[in-house]
Design a protein around this ligand. Structure first.
Ligand code: FES
Length: 63
């Protein structure tokens, strides 16, 4: 499913990029693009939050 229509970025691609990024700008940079209309920014921020939560769960599971 497309999250960012302006840059034709799909949820899977953005979620993968979000794993290594700390900001929305970093996610777009990793994808080789930059935000345009801005409508997707909250969704991209949610992907970063989800990635951080998943990484926290992995840390807790390893303890
Ligand atoms: S939908 Fe992502 S910048 Fe427009």
């Amino acid at each position: 499913m497309y999250i960012c229509i302006c840059n034709a970025l799909k949820d899977r691609q953005l979620a993968e990029a979000a794993n290594d990024c700390n900001s929305v700008a970093d996610v777009f940079k990793k994808c080789g693009t930059r935000p345009q209309c801005g409508k997707c920014l909250n969704d991209v921020a949610d992907l970063i939050d989800n990635a951080r939560a998943a990484q926290g769960e992995m840390v807790l599971a390893a303890e």
